[in-house]
Every structure is written in C-alpha cells, then in structure tokens.
Design a protein around this ligand. Structure first.
Ligand SMILES: [Zn+2]
Length: 133
C-alpha cells in the first residue's frame, strides 16, 4: 500500500535522484538526466556541491542547472553507465567536495580533500574519451 502511494506521487524509491525533476514532465517512461553538451548519452551526477548547478558531467566537466539536462530513456545500458559514473564520483569526489560558500567553516583537512577532488574532476573531464576503449 505504502509503495503504491509513493509511486503515485512520483517519488518511488527506485527512481534515480538525477531524474526527479524530469519526471515531473509526465513522461510515461522514466527518463535519465543526461549531459546536453556530450554527444553520446552521458548520465549526469546530481550534486549540491555547486550553487545553482545541480548536475555535473564527469565526461566533459559541465555544470548544469535543474532544467538543462537532456532526457534520455533509461535503458539497462544507460543505467549501467550511470551506476559506473556514480561509483566513480563517490570514490573520488562526492562527499569530499565542500559546498560552495562553506569554505570558511571547513577544516584544513576538508579543504585539502576538496582540492584533491576538484583536481581529479579536472583531470577526469580532460581525458580523451575513446569509444569502446
Ligand atoms: Zn558532458
């Protein structure tokens, strides 16, 4: 019963965070929030680390606002890409990033972790993407 209620409200527990806003459009299939700048469908990471930019693309380093993502059908293949990108994000950046504006309250260790994460993000986005490579 409870599951049906959450599904009806569009907040089902299986829904990806990156697709919540796009789901409000009322599409029948569940869309995946993808990068509007990358040619290949590239799922975006949903983050609160950047003011006014709720999505980040690991592939190109693009920051995007809530209404910017390109909606793609959430196929098993695209979902697998999303899970891999999300795992990569969590390993190297994720909670290590300091939310913009909170730097003055951060410890030296937190600032160092934030810097390391941002260096990784730049390096990750700058790498050459080779199809099937
Ligand atoms: Zn991109």
């Amino acid at each position: 019963m409870e599951t049906e209620n959450t599904e009806a409200s569009g907040l089902g527990k299986s829904m990806l965070p990156a697709a919540k806003g796009l789901d409000l459009i009322g599409r029948k299939e569940r869309p995946m929030a993808c990068c509007p700048g990358c040619i290949a469908p590239t799922p975006l990471i949903s983050t609160l680390a950047f003011s006014h930019y709720e999505f980040y693309c690991l592939e190109c380093g693009g920051h995007f606002g809530f209404l910017s993502p390109r909606a793609e059908t959430d196929t098993p293949e695209l979902h697998a890409i999303y899970k891999a990108l999300e795992a990569e994000w969590e390993e190297h950046a994720g909670t290590r990033l300091i939310v913009e504006g909170r730097e003055p309250q951060a410890t030296t260790e937190q600032l160092a972790a934030d810097l390391t994460a941002r260096d990784w993000m730049l390096e990750r986005a700058g790498k050459t993407v080779i199809a099937n490579g």
